[in-house]
Write a protein that binds this ligand. Structure first.
Ligand SMILES: Cc1cc2nc3c(=O)[nH]c(=O)nc-3n(C[C@H](O)[C@H](O)[C@H](O)COP(=O)(O)O)c2cc1C
Length: 202
Protein backbone atom coordinates (compact mmCIF):
# COMPACT_ATOMS: atom_id res chain seq x y z
CA UNK A 1 0.00 0.00 0.00
CA UNK A 2 1.33 3.44 -0.93
CA UNK A 3 2.60 5.28 2.10
CA UNK A 4 3.35 2.11 4.01
CA UNK A 5 6.97 1.49 5.03
CA UNK A 6 9.48 1.32 2.20
CA UNK A 7 6.80 1.40 -0.54
CA UNK A 8 5.44 3.87 -3.05
CA UNK A 9 7.11 6.41 -5.35
CA UNK A 10 9.36 7.83 -2.63
CA UNK A 11 11.12 4.48 -2.49
CA UNK A 12 10.77 3.21 -6.08
CA UNK A 13 12.14 6.38 -7.75
CA UNK A 14 15.64 6.16 -9.21
CA UNK A 15 17.78 8.60 -11.13
CA UNK A 16 17.44 7.44 -14.74
CA UNK A 17 20.40 7.86 -17.09
CA UNK A 18 19.16 5.92 -20.12
CA UNK A 19 15.96 6.97 -21.87
CA UNK A 20 13.73 5.61 -24.61
CA UNK A 21 13.25 7.89 -27.63
CA UNK A 22 9.45 8.12 -27.07
CA UNK A 23 8.16 11.63 -26.38
CA UNK A 24 6.32 12.66 -23.24
CA UNK A 25 2.80 14.01 -23.81
CA UNK A 26 2.40 17.72 -23.06
CA UNK A 27 -0.51 16.98 -20.67
CA UNK A 28 1.77 14.66 -18.71
CA UNK A 29 4.45 17.37 -18.48
CA UNK A 30 1.81 19.79 -17.21
CA UNK A 31 0.63 17.24 -14.62
CA UNK A 32 4.22 16.82 -13.40
CA UNK A 33 4.71 20.59 -13.11
CA UNK A 34 1.33 20.93 -11.34
CA UNK A 35 2.56 18.44 -8.75
CA UNK A 36 5.76 20.47 -8.41
CA UNK A 37 3.79 23.59 -7.65
CA UNK A 38 1.86 21.82 -4.86
CA UNK A 39 5.12 21.88 -2.87
CA UNK A 40 5.46 24.06 0.23
CA UNK A 41 7.52 27.22 -0.23
CA UNK A 42 8.98 29.78 2.16
CA UNK A 43 6.30 32.43 2.83
CA UNK A 44 4.43 30.79 -0.03
CA UNK A 45 6.66 32.78 -2.39
CA UNK A 46 6.56 29.97 -4.99
CA UNK A 47 9.85 31.17 -6.46
CA UNK A 48 9.79 28.70 -9.33
CA UNK A 49 9.59 28.90 -13.07
CA UNK A 50 10.02 26.08 -15.58
CA UNK A 51 11.10 26.23 -19.18
CA UNK A 52 10.27 23.03 -21.04
CA UNK A 53 12.77 22.23 -23.77
CA UNK A 54 12.45 19.66 -26.53
CA UNK A 55 13.73 19.14 -30.07
CA UNK A 56 15.55 22.27 -31.37
CA UNK A 57 15.34 24.24 -28.12
CA UNK A 58 16.77 21.27 -26.23
CA UNK A 59 19.61 20.90 -28.75
CA UNK A 60 20.37 24.63 -28.53
CA UNK A 61 20.38 24.49 -24.71
CA UNK A 62 22.75 21.52 -24.78
CA UNK A 63 24.96 23.22 -27.36
CA UNK A 64 25.41 26.08 -24.88
CA UNK A 65 26.01 23.64 -22.03
CA UNK A 66 28.74 21.98 -24.10
CA UNK A 67 30.31 25.39 -24.86
CA UNK A 68 30.34 26.25 -21.16
CA UNK A 69 31.97 22.96 -20.21
CA UNK A 70 34.63 23.50 -22.91
CA UNK A 71 35.23 27.03 -21.64
CA UNK A 72 35.62 25.79 -18.08
CA UNK A 73 38.05 23.12 -19.24
CA UNK A 74 40.17 25.03 -21.76
CA UNK A 75 39.66 28.79 -21.59
CA UNK A 76 38.57 30.36 -18.30
CA UNK A 77 37.12 28.51 -15.34
CA UNK A 78 34.40 30.33 -13.40
CA UNK A 79 34.34 27.38 -10.98
CA UNK A 80 38.06 26.65 -10.64
CA UNK A 81 37.71 24.46 -7.54
CA UNK A 82 35.16 22.22 -9.25
CA UNK A 83 37.23 21.15 -12.26
CA UNK A 84 37.25 17.53 -11.08
CA UNK A 85 33.48 17.52 -11.73
CA UNK A 86 33.85 18.20 -15.45
CA UNK A 87 33.97 14.52 -16.58
CA UNK A 88 30.69 13.95 -14.72
CA UNK A 89 29.22 17.07 -16.34
CA UNK A 90 30.15 15.71 -19.78
CA UNK A 91 28.45 12.44 -18.89
CA UNK A 92 25.35 14.34 -17.75
CA UNK A 93 25.36 16.22 -21.07
CA UNK A 94 25.36 12.90 -22.94
CA UNK A 95 22.41 11.69 -20.85
CA UNK A 96 20.53 14.95 -21.45
CA UNK A 97 20.96 14.48 -25.21
CA UNK A 98 19.17 11.13 -24.89
CA UNK A 99 16.23 12.45 -22.85
CA UNK A 100 13.29 13.63 -24.96
CA UNK A 101 12.43 16.53 -22.62
CA UNK A 102 14.36 18.83 -20.30
CA UNK A 103 12.75 21.10 -17.76
CA UNK A 104 15.03 24.00 -16.84
CA UNK A 105 14.20 25.24 -13.32
CA UNK A 106 14.67 28.88 -12.34
CA UNK A 107 14.51 30.62 -8.97
CA UNK A 108 12.63 33.75 -9.99
CA UNK A 109 13.89 35.67 -6.92
CA UNK A 110 17.50 34.61 -7.34
CA UNK A 111 20.43 36.56 -8.72
CA UNK A 112 23.71 35.52 -10.26
CA UNK A 113 25.60 33.01 -8.10
CA UNK A 114 28.73 34.97 -9.04
CA UNK A 115 27.54 38.04 -7.06
CA UNK A 116 28.16 38.44 -3.33
CA UNK A 117 25.26 38.24 -0.86
CA UNK A 118 24.84 39.74 2.59
CA UNK A 119 23.45 37.51 5.37
CA UNK A 120 19.82 38.63 4.85
CA UNK A 121 20.04 37.89 1.17
CA UNK A 122 21.75 34.56 1.79
CA UNK A 123 18.98 33.36 4.14
CA UNK A 124 16.38 34.46 1.62
CA UNK A 125 18.23 32.57 -1.11
CA UNK A 126 18.55 29.48 1.09
CA UNK A 127 14.78 29.52 1.70
CA UNK A 128 13.99 29.94 -1.99
CA UNK A 129 16.47 27.18 -2.93
CA UNK A 130 14.85 24.86 -0.38
CA UNK A 131 11.41 25.68 -1.80
CA UNK A 132 12.66 24.82 -5.26
CA UNK A 133 14.12 21.56 -3.94
CA UNK A 134 10.64 20.64 -2.68
CA UNK A 135 9.18 21.64 -6.07
CA UNK A 136 11.64 19.46 -7.96
CA UNK A 137 11.21 16.47 -5.64
CA UNK A 138 7.42 16.68 -6.07
CA UNK A 139 7.93 16.64 -9.85
CA UNK A 140 10.16 13.57 -9.61
CA UNK A 141 7.66 11.72 -7.44
CA UNK A 142 4.70 12.61 -9.68
CA UNK A 143 6.66 11.45 -12.74
CA UNK A 144 7.49 8.21 -10.93
CA UNK A 145 3.77 7.66 -10.21
CA UNK A 146 3.08 8.18 -13.94
CA UNK A 147 5.78 5.71 -15.00
CA UNK A 148 8.05 8.48 -16.33
CA UNK A 149 11.77 8.45 -15.54
CA UNK A 150 13.67 11.50 -14.30
CA UNK A 151 17.13 12.82 -13.64
CA UNK A 152 17.69 15.86 -11.41
CA UNK A 153 20.59 17.83 -12.88
CA UNK A 154 22.80 20.48 -11.30
CA UNK A 155 25.72 20.09 -13.70
CA UNK A 156 24.26 23.02 -15.65
CA UNK A 157 26.34 25.11 -13.19
CA UNK A 158 29.43 24.67 -15.40
CA UNK A 159 27.71 26.61 -18.17
CA UNK A 160 25.76 28.98 -15.94
CA UNK A 161 26.34 32.19 -17.91
CA UNK A 162 25.91 30.57 -21.31
CA UNK A 163 22.62 28.91 -20.32
CA UNK A 164 21.09 31.95 -18.61
CA UNK A 165 21.90 34.08 -21.69
CA UNK A 166 20.39 31.45 -23.96
CA UNK A 167 17.22 31.07 -21.87
CA UNK A 168 16.92 34.84 -21.58
CA UNK A 169 15.09 34.54 -18.27
CA UNK A 170 15.15 36.68 -15.12
CA UNK A 171 16.33 34.86 -11.99
CA UNK A 172 18.77 32.14 -11.05
CA UNK A 173 19.08 28.94 -13.04
CA UNK A 174 18.93 26.19 -10.42
CA UNK A 175 19.30 23.23 -12.72
CA UNK A 176 17.23 20.97 -14.90
CA UNK A 177 15.15 17.82 -14.79
CA UNK A 178 15.40 15.31 -17.63
CA UNK A 179 12.13 13.49 -18.36
CA UNK A 180 11.66 10.36 -20.44
CA UNK A 181 10.56 6.75 -20.36
CA UNK A 182 13.28 4.74 -18.65
CA UNK A 183 15.45 2.41 -20.72
CA UNK A 184 17.10 1.05 -17.57
CA UNK A 185 15.92 -0.13 -14.18
CA UNK A 186 18.72 0.57 -11.73
CA UNK A 187 18.92 -1.04 -8.33
CA UNK A 188 18.43 1.07 -5.26
CA UNK A 189 21.46 3.26 -4.55
CA UNK A 190 22.97 3.13 -1.06
CA UNK A 191 21.45 5.26 1.67
CA UNK A 192 22.52 6.08 5.18
CA UNK A 193 20.39 4.20 7.69
CA UNK A 194 18.16 6.25 10.01
CA UNK A 195 20.43 5.27 12.94
CA UNK A 196 23.34 6.98 11.18
CA UNK A 197 21.57 10.28 10.63
CA UNK A 198 19.40 10.71 13.67
CA UNK A 199 20.12 11.55 17.25
CA UNK A 200 17.00 11.15 19.38
CA UNK A 201 16.68 13.54 22.30
CA UNK A 202 13.18 12.46 23.26
C1 LIG B 1 20.63 18.65 -6.46
C2 LIG B 1 20.96 17.41 -7.26
C3 LIG B 1 21.75 17.53 -8.37
C4 LIG B 1 22.06 16.41 -9.16
N1 LIG B 1 22.79 16.59 -10.31
C5 LIG B 1 23.05 15.52 -11.09
C6 LIG B 1 23.73 15.70 -12.32
O1 LIG B 1 24.06 16.83 -12.72
N2 LIG B 1 24.01 14.61 -13.06
C7 LIG B 1 23.63 13.34 -12.66
O2 LIG B 1 23.90 12.38 -13.39
N3 LIG B 1 22.94 13.14 -11.50
C8 LIG B 1 22.64 14.20 -10.73
N4 LIG B 1 21.91 14.03 -9.57
C9 LIG B 1 21.42 12.68 -9.20
C10 LIG B 1 22.21 12.05 -8.04
O3 LIG B 1 23.46 11.62 -8.49
C11 LIG B 1 21.36 10.88 -7.47
O4 LIG B 1 20.16 11.39 -6.94
C12 LIG B 1 22.10 10.12 -6.36
O5 LIG B 1 23.27 9.51 -6.87
C13 LIG B 1 21.21 9.01 -5.74
O6 LIG B 1 20.67 8.15 -6.74
P1 LIG B 1 19.08 7.94 -6.87
O7 LIG B 1 18.49 9.27 -7.26
O8 LIG B 1 18.88 6.91 -7.97
O9 LIG B 1 18.58 7.47 -5.56
C14 LIG B 1 21.58 15.13 -8.78
C15 LIG B 1 20.77 15.01 -7.65
C16 LIG B 1 20.45 16.14 -6.91
C17 LIG B 1 19.52 16.00 -5.72
Amino acid sequence: MEGSRGCGPIYSRRSIRKFEKADIAKEDIIEIIRAGSAAPSAKNRQPWKCIVLGNESKEAFLGFMEKGIEREENISAMLPKSGSGLPDAKNTLRIMREAPVLVAVVNTNGGSPFSALDADERFMEICDSLSIGAFVENMLLQAEKMGIGTLWIANTCFAYQELVSYLHVQGQLIGAVALGYAAEHPDKRPRKAPEEIVEFRL
